[in-house]
Design a protein around this ligand. Structure first.
Ligand SMILES: [Zn+2]
Length: 491
C-alpha cells in the first residue's frame, strides 16, 4: 500500500503533482462512492475528502471558535511580517521573503515574549498556527506565480488580512485522528459528536485501506463541519470504451437536457428562496448596528444562504454521479460560464444553476468511474444544426423553443436537438481536418458561430418539450430535511 507522507504537503513540488490527482467530493453521507471504487490492496493512491457535520456542545463550540480565531491571528501576523520584509527588500535590504518555516520559527520566539501578550497561544493546538503560515505561504506563492503567468492562467491577488465575522472561519489540524460510529476525535479538541453515522468510514480506516492526513474544520452559518483529507489505495478504473455516448445540454429552464430524451430540472435553489432572502435581508438592514438583534438576524440570513448552497450542491452531486456512473462518454459544451455571466439579465440564473460546479464535478467523477468527459468546442453550432440531416440554420432566435428542419421535416425540442448534436460531437471532431487554431483554441467545425448566449435562455418553454421527458433517476430536490446543512447523499 502506498501512502503519501508528510512530504507531499501543499507547497512542495511533490504536492503540486499530487494535487493533480486530487479527487474531492465532500458530500458523502453514505460513502457509497468510496465503497464502490475501493479495489485491490495494491493500486494507485488517491485523495478524497470526507465531510461530516459536527454536533459540538457549548464548550466545544467555544474551543472551535478559539482555534479559528487563532488561525486567523497567525495568518494576519504572518502577513504583517511578509509585508514588512517586502517593504525592506524594496528599500534595498538583502533579505528574503519569509516562508512558512521561517514564520513558524519567528512565531515560536514571538509567542514567548511577554511583551506581546500572547499567553493564550497554548489554549489551541500548535498545528493551527503552522497550518495558517502554510496557507499564507501558498497564497503568496499563488500570487507570485499568477503574476508570472500573465496573461494566461488563473489570477490570484496579494493575500489579504482576514477579518472576524467576514468570510469563513476555518482551521486545519494534523496529527492523530480517530473516528467512531457517531464521533470524531481531533487533536486538542477531543471527541466531538457528528450528525451522521460514520461507521463505514471507521471500517475503512480500521482496515488500513484509508488514512487521514489532515482535517480542516470550517464553519458555515452556525454549523461546524470537519473535512478529512483521506489517502487511500484505489483501483484505477478501466476506461470504458465503446459504450453509450450522451450529450448534455445545460440550460436555465431545465438544468440539463440529455440526448436520450431525459430532462433534468434543476432546483433553482436561489430563485426558490429569493423571497425569503429578501425579507431576511431587509429585516437585517433595519437592526441597530452591533446589537444582539442584528447578530441574530445575521445568523438567520447566513442559514438561509447555507440552505440555498446545500440544496444546489446536493442536486448537482446527484446529477453528476448519475451521468458519470451510467455513461461511458459524456459530451458537454466548453462554455465560458464566467463570460456568459457578464450578461446582466442572465447572470443570477446562470449562477443559480451551477453549471461550472457541475462541469467540475463531472471532471473528477468521470475519473472515479472510468468514463470520459468530452468538451465540445464552444463554437460548435449545436443548437442551429439539425440532429437528423445536419443542415445548419442561419439563425434560431432564443424565443423559438422548437427546432423545425425545412430540409428533412424534423420537429424537436430545441434543447433536445442540441443535446443530440453534442452526442455526435466525437464523430464531428474526429472528421474535422483541423481542431486547433494558432492560439491553441478549438476552431469551429461548422461554418458559423453559435449565438454567444446559446446555452442559457430565460424564455418560457411552456409545455413544449417535444421528445423530452423528465428523468426518473431520483434527482429530488427536496431531499434536504430540517437539518438543511447536513451532508446530502448522492445517488
Ligand atoms: Zn434536418
Amino acid at each position: 500500500m502506498v501512502y503519501l507522507g508528510r512530504s507531499y504537503r501543499r507547497g512542495s513540488g511533490l504536492a503540486d503533482r499530487a494535487v493533480k490527482t486530487l479527487d474531492v467530493c465532500p458530500f458523502h453521507r453514505n460513502h457509497s462512492n468510496m465503497r464502490s471504487t475501493l479495489g485491490p490492496r495494491s493500486g494507485a493512491h488517491a485523495f478524497r475528502a470526507m465531510r461530516f457535520a459536527l454536533d459540538p456542545n457549548n464548550k466545544q463550540r467555544g474551543a472551535l471558535a478559539s482555534h479559528a480565531g487563532a488561525a486567523r491571528y497567525a495568518y494576519n501576523l504572518g502577513l504583517e511580517w511578509l509585508i514588512d520584509a517586502i517593504e525592506r527588500r524594496r528599500l534595498g535590504a538583502d533579505e528574503s521573503v519569509p516562508n512558512a518555516a521561517a514564520m513558524h520559527l519567528r512565531w515560536n520566539r514571538w509567542k514567548r515574549d511577554p511583551a506581546n501578550g500572547a499567553g493564550w497561544w497554548s489554549n489551541n493546538s500548535k498545528c493551527v498556527y503552522q497550518e495558517a503560515f502554510r496557507d499564507l505561504e501558498h497564497a503568496f506563492n499563488s500570487f507570485v506565480a499568477s503574476r508570472r503567468a500573465r496573461p494566461h492562467g488563473k489570477r490570484f491577488g496579494f493575500p489579504r488580512f482576514k477579518c472576524k465575522g467576514r468570510g469563513c472561519d476555518r482551521f486545519r489540524l494534523s496529527g492523530v485522528f480517530h473516528v467512531g460510529k457517531r464521533w470524531v476525535q481531533l487533536p486538542n479538541l477531543g471527541r466531538i459528536r457528528v450528525h451522521e453515522d460514520a461507521s463505514k468510514f471507521m471500517t475503512h480506516l480500521k482496515s488500513g485501506r484509508a488514512r487521514i492526513t489532515t482535517a480542516t474544520i470550517t464553519r458555515q452559518a452556525d454549523r461546524w463541519y470537519v473535512n478529512f483529507r483521506v489517502v487511500r489505495t484505489k483501483r484505477v478504473p478501466e476506461r470504458r470504451t465503446g459504450g453509450a455516448v450522451i450529450g448534455v445540454d445545460v440550460g436555465i429552464n431545465a438544468l440539463a437536457t440529455l440526448s436520450n430524451g431525459e430532462l433534468v430540472v434543476g432546483p433553482k435553489a436561489l430563485a426558490a428562496s429569493l423571497h425569503k432572502l429578501r425579507r431576511l435581508s431587509k429585516a437585517h438592514s433595519r437592526k441597530r448596528l452591533k446589537s444582539l438583534n442584528r447578530r441574530r438576524s445575521a445568523q438567520k440570513l447566513a442559514r438561509c444562504y447555507a440552505r440555498i448552497s446545500s440544496v444546489r450542491l446536493d442536486h448537482l452531486h446527484k446529477l453528476s454521479t448519475y451521468l458519470a456512473k451510467n455513461h461511458a462518454q459524456i459530451v458537454i459544451e466548453d462554455l465560458s460560464v464566467q463570460g456568459m455571466m457578464s450578461n446582466r439579465r442572465l447572470a443570477r440564473s446562470i449562477a443559480d444553476a451551477g453549471w461550472a460546479e457541475l462541469f467540475a464535478m463531472l471532471e473528477y467523477k468521470c475519473r472515479w468511474y472510468g468514463s470520459s468527459l468530452i468538451k465540445a468546442s464552444r463554437w460548435f453550432a449545436s443548437t442551429r444544426t439539425c440532429s437528423s440531416c445536419g443542415v445548419i440554420k442561419d439563425s434560431l432566435p432564443l424565443a423559438v423553443r422548437v427546432f423545425d428542419c425545412a430540409a428533412c421535416g424534423l420537429t424537436l425540442d430545441r434543447d433536445l436537438n442540441a443535446a443530440k448534436n453534442l452526442a455526435q460531437w466525437p464523430k464531428v471532431a474526429a472528421s474535422a481536418s483541423e481542431t486547433q487554431n494558432a492560439c491553441r483554441g478549438n476552431v469551429r467545425p461548422g461554418p458559423r458561430r453559435a449565438d454567444p448566449d446559446e446555452a442559457g435562455t430565460e424564455q418560457s418553454i411552456g409545455d413544449i418539450r417535444l421528445g423530452a421527458q423528465r428523468t426518473s433517476v431520483g434527482l429530488q430536490t427536496d431531499s434536504i430535511g430540517p437539518n438543511e446543512g447536513r451532508v446530502a447523499s448522492g445517488i
